[in-house]
Design a protein. Structure first.
Length: 165
């Protein structure tokens, strides 16, 4: 069971690295929009991408540090005793509930921002509306996808933790 704990946190660190990779890609696109394309809509879009870069980079670093500390802790153990197992069950249940609660908000955000991006194509202020709505839809979609993958991993891990009791 200790190995499964290590694997789950290695997966969380891999997710953190993916967030940092996405931050790099978003920064590249923001720099391209800033220096190669002119227009107010692209300027607003590039500002949104810079903000998302900071968000993804911050979230990735935070996840890497916090889950890395838990992984270091489990690397020092030789076996998982019942108190640590119960603590891990409680923490995993909390993480799953948090993912489920946040998913609804992200879905509403994707729907609304996609609607605004589509509406913005026909509005007079298309650059402002689309430049604001597209990055919001992008990050919300990313959060939904990674949240679902993490939730599936955590639910399987929780099931095996409860079965081993």
């Amino acid at each position: 069971m200790l190995e499964k704990c290590k694997v789950i946190y290695k997966g969380d660190i891999a997710t953190a690295k993916f967030y940092i990779l996405v931050a790099g890609i978003l920064l590249l696109f923001a720099l391209i929009l800033t220096f190669l394309v002119s227009g107010p809509g692209y300027m607003i879009l590039s500002m949104g991408l810079y903000i998302l870069t900071a968000y993804c980079l911050g979230k990735g670093i935070f996840m890497w540090v916090s889950y890395g500390q838990r992984l270091k802790f489990y690397n020092t153990l030789s076996e998982l005793d019942p108190t640590f197992r119960q603590g891990e069950i409680t923490y995993t249940e909390y993480r799953i509930l948090k993912k489920q609660k946040n998913r609804r908000g992200y879905i509403y955000t994707v729907i609304l921002s996609s609607f605004f991006a589509f509406f913005g194509a026909f509005a007079t202020q298309k650059g402002l509306i689309m430049g604001s709505a597209i990055p919001i839809a992008l990050i919300s979609g990313l959060e939904i996808g990674l949240g679902l993958l993490t939730e599936f991993r955590l639910s399987i891990f929780l099931r095996s933790l409860k079965k081993s009791e």
